[in-house]
Design a protein around this ligand. Sequence first.
Ligand code: ATP
Ligand code: MG
Length: 357
Amino acid sequence: RKYDPYRPSIQTFDLITRDASFLCAELLPNPAEETRKLALLQRLSEISAETFGDAEVLPFGSSGNGLALANADMDVCVFLNAKEGEEEVSPAEFVERIGDRLEKEPDFENVLQLRKARVPIVKLNHINGIACDIGYQNDLAIWNTRLLRAYCKADRRVRDIVVIVKQWAKKRRINNPYTGSLSSYAYVLLVIHVLQRRGVLPNLQATVEGNGQVPFWDCQGFNRYFFEDISRLSRYWQPTPESLKQSVGELLYEFFRYFASEFRYATHVVSIRKGGLLTKEMKEWTKDHTQAQADSKPNVKNRYLFCIEDPFELDHNVGRPVDRYSLFTIRGEFMRAAKILSKNGDGAIARLCVERH
Ligand code: ATP
Ligand code: MG
């Protein structure tokens, strides 16, 4: 580990840990919200079945991985089982048909059809107060949700750290891929990366039973294998003794410090699949390559300024929305956060999450 002259004392870490745990308790959704989400899921299942026949509706993202803040949007995905000889429904057609149907229902508002998005979806609000995105046949999203849920189960500290990081990113306005910053999904991958480096988390995609080889479980051409049965994880992997002593406060500080001053943005790629770092060269995520791609597919914009490899979709940079300006802002926020946590533990969590205007 890099020498750190600003590293705070254990007492400071304890104060941060205490405040982080209070804030988490405040931010997590209450049981009434969970009930409303389940009811909405049920309602969408009925409507999908009426519209398409054989349909299944599954939650993904934070509604499926146990990492939701109160009032978070709900992400769901619809899967259709086409009957023998029946033509498959295209994503654009799906969005149009379910969108048109939902517009007629009195309990849905602001139904918006995004037919031409990279991933076509319908956005809407339910009158019970929940905002929802509906996607279509996105198996990889279901699998990455399950992977994140497994990491969350593997160590109690993960959820608290993620909740604070999400709140920080939201309040500091760096949690919006549409304006050049990162999605929550990206931040969770960053947290997992740091915890893997610290020996708190294993690499579940490289954990196998016995001395076996990593199997290949195909999903849209990618390997979706990972060790999911966390109750049996301790047979195959153990956290380092040092990592067991680290508090949530200490790990939070480590997280911000790592992306403020250790991670090399110019050359490195975060890869939880590898349990460490790759280089941009290795992945051919370089400028020249970007140009070649841009020439062949002019409407796909790839940026490789902040490189975060998707754990399954290996050619996808989850940090793609980040441009030069937003990278500057995001790195500035990492530095600000590390500085706040290194100074004085009391009230640090509140200062960390002060709204930026
Ligand atoms: P929040 O509670 O803030 O909505 P979340 O856990 O739902 O957080 P999102 O960023 O909304 O996270 O992502 C939800 C799902 O969408 C992820 O599980 C992932 O499958 C998919 N996703 C989001 N962003 C990306 C991305 N940049 N690349 C690939 N998939 C993404
Ligand atoms: Mg979400």
